[in-house]
Design a protein around this ligand. Sequence first.
Ligand code: BAL
Ligand code: ZN
Length: 870
Amino acid sequence: KSVIYLKDYTVPAFLVETVDLRFELDATATCVESVLRMRRNPQASPDESLCLFGHDSLELLSLSIDGVDLPSSAWLRQDEVLRLTVQLNETFELRCVTKINPEANTALEGLYLSDGMFCTQCEAEGFRRITFYPDRPDVMAVFTTTLIANKNEYPILLSNGNPVAQGSDETNHWVTWQDPFPKPAYLFALVAGDLSCAEDTFITQSGRAVKLQIYAEAKDLDKLGHAMESLKQSMRWDERVYGREYDLDIYMIVAVDFFNMGAMENKGLNIFNTSCVLAHPRTTTDAAFQRVESVVAHEYFHNWSGNRVTCRDWFQLSLKEGFTVFRDQCFSADMHSAAVRRVEDVTLLRTAQFAEDAGPMSHPVRPESFIEISNFYTLTVYEKGAEIVRMLHTLLGESLFRKGTDLYFDRHDGQAVTTDDFVACMEAVSQRDLTQFKRWYSQAGTPRLDVIDDYDADQGTYSLRFIQSTPPTPGQTEKYPLHIPLNLALFDSNGEVIPLSNGQSSQLLELTNEETTFVVEGLHEQPIPSLLRGFSAPVKLFYPYTEEQLSFLLTYEMDGFSRWDAGQQLAVRLLQARILKGGKVEEELPKTIVAAWKVLLENASDDPAMASLLLTLPTEAYLSEISSVIDVDAIFHARRTVRRQLAQALETQWLTLYNEMGSEERYRPDSSEMARRSLKNTCLSYLMALDSPTYLALAEQQFAESDNMTEQFAALSAVVYSVFTDSAREMLDEFLNQWQHESLVMNQWLALQAADPKAGALSRVKALLEHPVYDSRNPNKLRAVISTFCNQNTVNFHGLDGEGYRFLADKIIELDKQNPQVASRLLTPLTRWKRYDDQRQALMKAQLQRIIESGDLSGDVYEVLSKSMA
Ligand code: BAL
Ligand code: ZN
């Protein structure tokens, strides 16, 4: 398995001007004819031969140049590369005919069948499973695609761009699509099937009418309204905030049930996992509604940040992903509560991305090498990449940042570029030197920022000393100081902010050295610092806050993120102390915590969405991430005990608030109603921690009476996680009966049971794998059961009999032959073995070893395994 390096990048030897594709679609034998108008790249060496990528599964039927068939001696085919050994002119036409078997394609890359419907996934390197092609993002061409298929089985035929011709005979029909925008092959898509569609129109800011179509199976037609609204909102937002208008006459989204990722931004024809597009109050939770909105926006925003301006090579993936995540984060912040969205984004970053950065797969946002690029669609590339763009936004300010993006889109429209090109635009508009800042792209690992303060009462001066360091990561032992924007405020003892030297209530410090000292003069008392407001940089902050200071910030800080974080740190202190004692501690809760939670509960109705977050204890995942050695059982028990104690200490308040958050007459999926339901369900889950039949009755009532999935599922979850196992079983059965024909609801039903921490979980999980609603070929089902069990059901997955680890290893070995991308992703929890105690380390390593020895592994799984064992 060969390693590909960024440093080895060279320009393509040949360019493609136009591609004409003709698909005769057949489930087991699809014939693909491709005609490429090619020319030598004047920037490349004239001696280079033509290399096309093609997966081993391609059957090559014929190859010709300028109408002359080539004999098989005219090429060499090895390791996914077809090298032509004949002399080529400056320009020529290459015709290639291949045969492929979509039905046998279980990897879900290239052309495959999802529930009998043809669809494609070409990012990153799926196009080479369709035909031989210079499949790299810096080769951009104009595509024309003709689809031919049986007209009864596949009445809808879609591809990128606009439909330009069609026709039919007795059995078959055909449609030709033309995409006028040159694009890399990874943005190619086709869909053929029996689909229904919701349709709308969007009038762009310049007055053009764009047809919007969202396709799904007929039974799901009533679940497309939310995605359509989200699409229109996104289109308007991108015009307003970035000045970006949609460019084709038609924008299509297709929902498919079998999909490795969340969604894909193919030009003019997005393909979505059903879980990211279908939404209906009866079957979809509020969290899923929000995910649909954000993924629809994300894919739409890619039309500019990704499609019009794309990546030069896959090392630049964050160029489009980091930027587009930042854009979708800002969009959701504008649509709902900015503070809530920031807390959610930081939570994801600080738990999952920080864990990735501390593990064997740690890599820079712009990786230096890979074996399999699919392994680099990571939280680091996406979420940390978005933080880098956010820091640029913070450093430049709104207006210059916008000038920078305008320049970027203008300068690079139609090009395949690099993260350096992106930063160069920011430098050009701001006249700033961002050389040091670019280390964020090249240096892996989470920086640590230690803060030491000192107050000189005689002089009235307060100094803050910042010391930054980044721990070594695999392959990168030496680390350099980063350019860290740190947003700071100081508070006086009355809870008022102290104006800083810039005359403002907060100041942005730029920390560029290993050590920086910041001094404030003219103070009358020791201030309380609020550091890293808004989480202005993706670092781990260490400052020895006292409990009083944290309670103070929880009361007075106006920055939503920092206020929430103060509450979380308060809870972290308590939980960590108990984790050290094994978790099952029954001593009384400290008065500070109870008092803080009481105030939160009393004021909760002022901002229910934020209150729900403030009242939620740090997750097991976060507590694990900040542990030096993860004590799975202690973390679980500490959190559970504190929850129960908080429920006991404030029982009346939880119940009062639960009732106050009671339901509206009719369900509405808007922000304020979502916030209300979120807080109500938080109260219910605390009340259920009391093991009281009174609250079981309350949950049962909510389950029976709710008209929406958010409340119904929250009630079901509360009961499933409770001690009332008989009631849980009955409710689960009732839920199954009610929703067994809704695949996405069944994913939730499966995941809930896979996450249930009660003893015996592994045998319950194995039983779920045999259940009729489970389907081992569908990534959503695999994730619902296997990934949920291994990542969320920590006490059972990490059981000391090692059976959880064995189970995952068995599944990886089985799955790697079927779907390497998903197999490699599922492997993650085992790769984190260094974070656990010796006994678990040995058990986990034994299973990793067993996978290695199991035989011929995919590049995907091999890369992750080899890095984990290094
Ligand atoms: N480009 C892969 C899916 C996404 O990030 O939008
Ligand atoms: Zn994306």
